[in-house]
Design a protein around this ligand. Structure first.
Ligand SMILES: [Zn+2]
Length: 353
């Protein structure tokens, strides 16, 4: 008797060697090409070739870019990137390979969203650099030039969806993504981040503006939070809101810098936490009847944590499920979650229970 053959649906993967040409010309930088090597190791080491649907990266078009970014910013950026290298802000370097890498990363994120919307695959992971979630419509900042995840969400809206959720578990607040959709109820943006911390935004009272009021959720966590706090935030805030919102696509700004080993931040997540958070979102998407979840790489500066974190997400994409972490919260972590709940309760009856 031979083993039954399990046919798994393919996972869409965006990757391109040209992302590696984006490198600080002045010396070592935490946002380095080795990050992607580590993420590839984690993802490809877990996901067999037969389970991958390769989505080639291609340069984002001007029409796609201007759904999020201002034309005058794009003109200035292109002009600046003609130089052989330098800095766009104190944190954000560029080199000769940056223009192409950034445009390919953004185009790859857009095509990941399109692939999921079209049904060619239901889940995917975009392994890309430079990251994007700090890039605001009119400015690059914090290692980010173009907002990949925001461009992916806007492409999904353009393709006909009316509700997209973005869950940002990078340790830094996704200020650029928040800015892009702050007044737009078609995107529910949820960020869990260390606070106060770079970039300074992401307070609980930042909940959106005009018709977008109530569609931005900031879980502003004190330094030192671990798996139990992220588990509680998912159970008490994110999952009830997402269930009520019923997004047609879930995008994840997947940074791995809330890991205990990360050199830039001070959270205490372990690799299993990333698998648990990913699994809970995959389960939610399945319960909504479509299963569509796309992960887009953001930060994460410890190479081993990055490899382990992406491997944990890949295992959840292969069907492994880990319970969200549980346990007693520090008083400051409890206060932080309650503060967000208090702000959003008027807009989400599911949080009132
Ligand atoms: Zn980050």
């Amino acid at each position: 008797m031979s083993e039954p053959v399990v046919v798994r649906p393919a996972i869409a993967i965006v990757d391109d060697p040209r992302f590696d040409a984006h490198e600080d010309p002045t010396g070592p930088h935490p946002e380095c090409p080795e990050r992607l090597t580590a993420a590839r190791e984690g993802l490809y080491g877990t996901l067999p070739t037969s389970e991958r649907l390769v989505v080639p990266a291609r340069e984002v078009s001007e029409a796609e870019l201007t759904r999020v970014h201002r034309s005058d910013y794009l003109d200035k950026l292109r002009e600046r990137l003609r130089d052989s290298g330098g800095h766009l802000d104190p944190d954000t370097y560029f080199c000769r390979g940056t223009r192409e890498a950034a445009w390919l990363a953004a185009g790859g994120a857009v095509d990941l969203a399109r692939t999921l919307v079209s049904g060619q695959a239901t889940q995917g992971f975009a392994l890309l650099r430079p990251p994007g979630h700090h890039a605001v419509p009119s400015r690059s900042m914090g290692f980010c030039l173009l907002n990949n995840v925001a461009l992916a969400a806007s492409a999904a809206l353009d393709a006909g969806l009316s509700r997209v959720a973005i869950v940002d578990w990078d340790v830094h607040h996704g200020n650029g993504t928040q800015d892009a959709f702050y007044a737009d109820p078609r995107v529910l943006f949820c960020s869990l981040h260390q606070y106060p911390f770079y970039p300074g935004t992401g307070a609980p009272h930042e909940i959106g503006r005009g018709p977008g009021t109530g569609f931005t959720c900031n879980v502003a966590l004190p330094a030192g939070c671990g798996p139990e706090t992220y588990g509680a935030a998912f159970r008490e805030l994110l999952l009830p809101m997402l269930t009520s919102y019923a997004p047609e696509l879930v995008l994840v700004s997947a940074g791995f810098d809330a890991h205990a080993r990360d050199p830039l931040a001070s959270m205490r997540l372990d690799s299993a936490s990333y698998g648990a958070m990913a699994g809970s979102l995959l389960e939610l998407a399945q319960s909504l009847g479509h299963g569509r979840v796309g992960f887009v790489l953001e930060g994460g500066y410890d190479l081993a944590a990055l490899a382990d974190g992406t491997a944990a997400v890949a295992r959840s994409l292969r069907g492994e499920r880990i319970e969200l972490p549980d346990g007693k919260l520090h008083a400051a972590a409890r206060l932080a979650i309650d503060a967000t709940k208090q702000q959003l309760k008027p807009y989400w009856p599911a949080l009132a229970a």
